[in-house]
Design a protein around this ligand. Structure first.
Ligand SMILES: N[C@@H](CCC(=O)N[C@@H](CS)C(=O)NCC(=O)O)C(=O)O
Length: 219
């Protein structure tokens, strides 16, 4: 058994990116799917691994780490990764790292904020979102489309790299969650990029697994 364990759920966008990165980089690991309904992520054992009780996280021998954008560089260093997805070239890596830092507030916040308001808040509260909430969240997503179009303009990839990288996988996984609720035809550059990244077999494999379990919730 590998001495690396990845803690994840397929519902979690950053978890899917870390799983995909491992596949793209031929890093073998023991998958530990968090039992979310049983609140496993709140357990004492998981809190020792991820102090903020968030996933993804990893355990490598006795070392533990959380935060997806820290997991990817750690895995790359620990397993000597030098591939298209996270190359050792310092300029390409620099661009990717810049995107990863930017991603949390610039991409994840508006897209997962939309998802929460559209899907999870109504489930928790038993009420649909208000027109005002819808307008606000749609405006944030529209703003994101404009920004990401600008990011894509130079090379067609979100970190302004010559090839697709793990940065594109991070962004893709956020957009997948809201894709069925937003109009992408009016943003053909983003749609083209989205289809290209979604067509990478390792990305598609993990996305398909997620879609299978998400179909009922994401209606
Ligand atoms: N910035 C963190 C975000 C992690 C995060 O928000 N994970 C969510 C799932 S996507 C989570 O653990 N949620 C626990 C909860 O639902 O309380 C990362 O990229 O790893």
């Amino acid at each position: 058994m590998p001495d690396l364990t990845i803690y994840f759920t397929l519902f979690s966008q950053p978890s899917r990116t870390v799983l995909t990165f491992c596949k793209l980089s031929s890093i073998s690991f023991t998958p530990h799917a968090i039992n979310y309904p049983a609140n496993e992520f709140l357990s004492e054992e998981f809190t020792q691994i991820s102090p903020h009780q968030l996933f993804p996280a990893l355990k490598h021998n006795t070392f533990t780490l959380w935060e997806s954008a820290a997991l990817v560089p750690y895995l790359a260093d620990a397993f000597d990764v030098d591939n298209q997805w996270y190359p050792k070239d310092i300029k390409v890596r620099g661009r990717i790292n810049a995107y990863l830092h930017w991603h949390h507030t610039a991409t994840r916040k508006p897209l997962s904020g939309f998802l929460y308001a559209r899907v999870f808040a109504p489930m928790e509260k038993g009420t649909a979102w208000t027109q005002r909430e819808e307008e606000e969240h749609r405006a944030s997503v529209d703003e994101w489309f404009e920004t990401i179009k600008w990011q894509l303009k130079e090379t067609g990839y979100v970190a302004r790299t010559q090839k697709a990288t793990v940065a594109d996988v991070f962004a893709y996984n956020e957009l997948v969650n809201v894709a069925r609720f937003v109009e992408m035809d009016t943003h053909p550059e983003v749609k083209g990029w989205f289809e290209k990244i979604g067509g990478i077999s390792e990305v598609r494999e993990i996305t398909d697994q997620f879609m299978e379990i998400a179909a009922e919730i994401f209606q």
